[in-house]
Each structure stands twice: as C-alpha cells, then as structure tokens.
Design a protein. Structure first.
Length: 376
C-alpha cells in the first residue's frame, strides 16, 4: 500500500481487515485492512478517507489491490469494512453521498464491547439503532434498538460510544457537515433549532449526544437504507440513499423545531404544572401496559383533566394517548429482538388483550408486522 494514499491516518490502518468497494468495484485479493479499535476520523478526514478508498485504487502494482470498474460520474460507490474474525463478524458500509453528507451502515456482532471513537470538529450525526445496544464509556446504556440519537460536535473533542458485545447490531448513521444545513437546506446555523444551533456558536468542550424521537417516518427511512443493498438497483442506489438521508435530516430538523416551539410554550406554564406533567409522563412510562384513565391520571398528579391534556400536549408535543402508544411500540420492538417470547406474549405484556390488535398497531407504527421484525 502506498503511504501517500491516506497520510493522515495510515498509521492507524493495519493489514488485518478488508476494505471492499460495495458498488462499482471488484476485489482481486484477500488482503485485508481495517481501522484499529479506538481510532477515529475528524469530519474532514472522514470524508477524505472515503474518497481516497473509493477513487484511488492504485494502492500498489501487484494484484493485492482494489481495482476500479468504470462508473458514471454521477454515481458514487461505497466501501465496505469487514469486522476482523478475532473481533466478531459483520461489516460497515460507508458512502460519500455529497460534499457534506456521508452515510455508514453497520451490520455486526462483536465478541465483546467495542469502543467507537468520534474525533472533534464541526458536524452532527444522526444515529438510528435498528437493533442492538450502544453504551457509554462507563458501560451505561445509551440506546437500545430501535432508538435514535443526535450527536452534535462543535469542538476539539468528539466523544464516542461502545457497541455492546454479544448482541447483533444494526446501525444507520448520517455524518453531516454544518454546510448541509446552511447551503443545502438554506437554514442559517444561527437559526437552526437547538442543539444544532451550537454549530454556529463558540466551540464546545465536547460533543453532545441527545436521544431523539424515533418517528415512524425516521424509522422507515433507516430501514429502507439498510435494506437498499438488496432492494434497489445498484446504478441508482447512491441517489436513493441520498434522498432517504436528506429525508431523515429534514425530519430531525422539523421535529427539533416543533419540540423547541413546544418547550418555548411550555415555559409559559407554571413550574408546578410542568412538574405535574412530568410526573404524569414518568408514571405512564412505567405503566404503559395498563395506564390509568385520564381522569385517574389527573387525580394522581393533582391537576384538572382538561388542563392536564392541554399542558401535556403543549409541553411534550404529544397527546397522552400518543405517548402511551409510543412507549408500547418501543418496548414491544425491543422485546421482539431480545426476548424469547411469542408475538402473542409480547402483545399481552405491552397491554393488548388481542394479539391481532397489537399486530395492526405495530404495523401502523413501524410499517412491518411483529413477526417480520422478530425474524430479521
């Protein structure tokens, strides 16, 4: 391998794991390359690395190289990084969709917890965990699939997370430069909703991650991205991935803006009313399978039921019914992946008397039947 290919990170690449092009390339050898555990790329280096791995196939003069096939100029290929056999099984696919938007798709099972380093810079990431668990450095749970997270970095330290070992992981991540908002969407960074607005301000001490609502639209887009390898013609896949990725970005920006408006309105509520709404939410979060009626809930938190319904919607941007449904679907999706339970048993555990009603509700929410989710 010629060291001129990726001079800024070549020291972190060793001949152990295979980089293969996922579209428009053919592999000529079994030589393997991968990034060492704990390594990370800044936003600028990340994009440059992908471009180098895709477009610079002249790694050496022998047969141990990736050789490019001719591809149209408007078609961007991807690269695949395989998990080292001693570390587990699976792969990471990377796509450079535009100057300010990259995509990674992970399908892997590690033997033990795997630290993923995120270097600093100015960028934001949208992570949709379809299956598996993401952990903090101390081992506490960050996400349990299916859940979503927004990571915003505007400083020298980016942070990182662990992929839980012994658990099959499916993860879709958008890596976005701030210009995606200002140039592609025409949204000045100073007018972006929090926490994206931090990209316009002074440098932060470290990247900040926040869980965001995994709406049915966001979930389906991530699913379609993950399934695109098998469901979409290769010649149009890059355009398809870019369209879905932009849909996810627009969905996140819209939801953050709506949430910011709700929080702004929520500040007009008395502090005791906000506290009562949060008490109601926390109770429903634990008792979603058999929730109290609205009059019962109102009495529990000491609030008029009409006022509770209005304040709940105003502060949390969902109705009481929508919140209970969201909790049921999130827990059910997790059980389908992790628990050795039948669909009927899961339906009863999340509060449905009839499995058929649960299946209909699950399909309306996620776009798939529970049995299909369970068998993936």
């Amino acid at each position: 391998m010629r060291t001129a290919l990726i001079p800024f990170r070549l020291a972190q690449i060793r001949a152990r794991k295979c980089w293969r092009a996922t579209d428009g390339y053919r592999k000529r050898t079994s030589r393997r390359y991968w990034l060492e555990e704990g390594s990370g790329l800044s936003w600028l280096d990340y994009g440059t690395a992908i471009e180098a791995l895709i477009s610079s196939a002249e790694l050496s003069r022998d047969e141990t190289q990736l050789a490019p096939l001719r591809t149209p100029a408007n078609r961007r290929a991807g690269v695949r990084e395989y998990v080292a056999p001693q570390d587990g099984d699976g792969w990471w696919d990377y796509f450079r969709l535009s100057d300010h938007l990259s995509l990674s798709i992970t399908e892997a099972a590690y033997r033990k917890d795997r630290w993923i380093s995120v270097e600093g810079g100015a960028f934001f990431k949208i992570r949709v965990l379809l299956a598996g668990r993401l952990l903090s450095r101390d081992g506490s749970t960050l996400l349990v699939g299916p859940q979503a997270q927004l990571h915003v970095c505007a400083g020298a330290r980016g942070g990182g997370y662990k992929i839980a070992g012994q658990v099959p992981t499916t993860l879709v991540v958008l890596h976005c430069g701030p210009e995606l908002l200002s140039e592609r969407l025409g949204l000045p960074l100073g007018e972006a909703p929090d926490p994206l607005r931090a990209l316009a301000g002074p440098a932060l001490a470290a990247g900040v991650s926040n869980r965001v609502s995994l709406t049915p639209e966001l979930f389906r887009a991530a699913q379609w991205i993950h399934a695109s390898r098998y469901s979409v013609l290769s010649t149009v896949r890059a355009a398809y991935l870019e369209a879905l990725s932009m849909e996810m970005v627009c969905q996140i920006v819209t939801d953050l803006s709506a949430g910011g408006s709700a929080q702004s309105c929520g500040r007009s509520l008395l502090s005791r009313d906000r506290r009562r709404v949060h008490e109601a939410r926390d109770y429903l979060s634990q008792h979603y399978a058999s929730p109290p009626t609205i009059p019962q809930l109102a009495r529990m938190v000491g609030m008029n039921q009409t006022k509770l319904k209005a304040a709940f919607k105003q502060l949390l941007n969902v109705t009481i019914y929508e919140y209970v449904l969201q909790r049921r679907m999130e827990v059910a999706a997790q059980m389908l992946v992790e628990a050795e339970l039948s669909v009927a048993e899961i339906a009863y555990r999340v509060g449905y008397d009839y499995p058929a009603n649960f299946s209909c509700a699950f399909k309306r929410y996620y776009g798939r039947l529970p049995r299909d989710w369970k068998h993936e």
